[in-house]
Write a protein of this length. Structure first.
Length: 224
C-alpha cells in the first residue's frame, strides 16, 4: 500500500469519527420531530371526533363523484408560507392536488396544493394560490371568479354589471367546475363596486371562518 493511500484512509477514518456525533444528534432530532408531530395530531382532535366530522358532513348533498374524508390539521407546512396548513392525509388516503377542503358544516375552506404520501398541504380561500368559480346563492346568472388576496381576504371578480348583488348576500360554489361540489358556502358579500373597466362588478367578501382556528377539515376527494 502506498503512502498516499494510507494517508487518504487515515483522513477518511478521522472524518468519520468527527461526523459520528453529529449524525447521532441528527437522528435524535429527527426522531424527536416525528414524536412531536405524532403528539400534535393526538392532541388536536381524537379520531372519534374526526369520524364525527365526516358524519356531520355526510348530510350535505354531494354528487356520487365525490367522497369525503376527515383530516386533522398538523400545523403550518415547513416553508411557513401564510394561508397554508399541513394536513394528516395524503396520497395513501386517496388525496390529490386540487381536491376541495371544507369544514364539517359545508363551508368551502380552500384546496389541496401539494400532496405527500401520508400528508398534504391546503391553501386557504384567502391564499393567492386559490381561485374558484362562485355564484350568489339562489341565483343562476350572478357568476364570478373568487380570488384570494392574502391578508386582504378574498374578492370575486367578473360579476355581471346587471346583476343585483346586495351586501350580505351569500356566495356559494357553482356547478361550473368538475372537481368542485356545487353549493358549498364560501362567504358573504361585504362590499360591491364596479371594476376598473366599468364592464363588470367586483365584490369584497367577509369570510366566515378564522384561518388560525381550523383544527380539522373534510377533504372532498374525486372518486376515480
Amino acid at each position: 500500500m502506498s503512502l498516499r493511500t494510507v494517508m487518504i484512509t487515515v483522513a477518511i477514518v478521522l472524518a468519520a469519527s468527527a461526523l459520528s456525533p453529529l449524525l447521532e444528534r441528527l437522528l435524535v432530532l429527527s426522531a424527536g420531530m416525528r414524536a412531536s408531530i405524532d403528539s400534535r395530531i393526538a392532541t388536536l382532535r381524537p379520531r372519534s371526533e374526526l369520524a364525527m366530522t365526516v358524519k356531520a358532513f355526510d348530510g350535505k348533498a354531494l354528487s356520487p363523484r365525490f367522497s369525503p374524508i376527515a383530516s386533522a390539521v398538523i400545523g403550518e407546512p415547513p416553508d411557513h408560507l401564510l394561508e397554508r396548513l399541513l394536513l394528516d392525509k395524503g396520497a395513501h388516503d386517496g388525496v390529490a392536488t386540487g381536491d376541495v377542503v371544507a369544514d364539517s358544516s359545508g363551508v368551502y375552506l380552500g384546496r389541496i396544493v401539494s400532496v405527500m404520501d401520508r400528508s398534504s398541504i391546503m391553501a386557504y380561500v384567502s391564499s393567492e394560490l386559490d381561485t374558484v368559480t362562485v355564484r350568489i346563492a339562489n341565483t343562476d346568472r350572478a357568476l364570478g371568479i373568487l380570488r384570494g388576496r392574502g391578508a386582504a381576504g378574498a374578492r370575486v371578480d367578473y360579476f355581471d354589471k346587471s346583476s343585483d348583488i346586495p351586501a350580505g348576500a351569500s356566495v356559494v360554489t357553482s356547478e361550473r367546475e368538475e372537481h368542485v361540489p356545487a353549493g358549498l358556502a364560501v362567504a358573504t358579500v361585504d362590499h360591491v363596486q364596479s371594476d376598473p373597466t366599468g364592464v363588470f362588478q367586483e365584490a369584497t367578501l367577509a369570510l366566515p371562518i378564522a384561518f388560525d382556528r381550523i383544527e380539522s377539515v373534510v377533504i372532498i376527494r374525486v372518486v376515480p
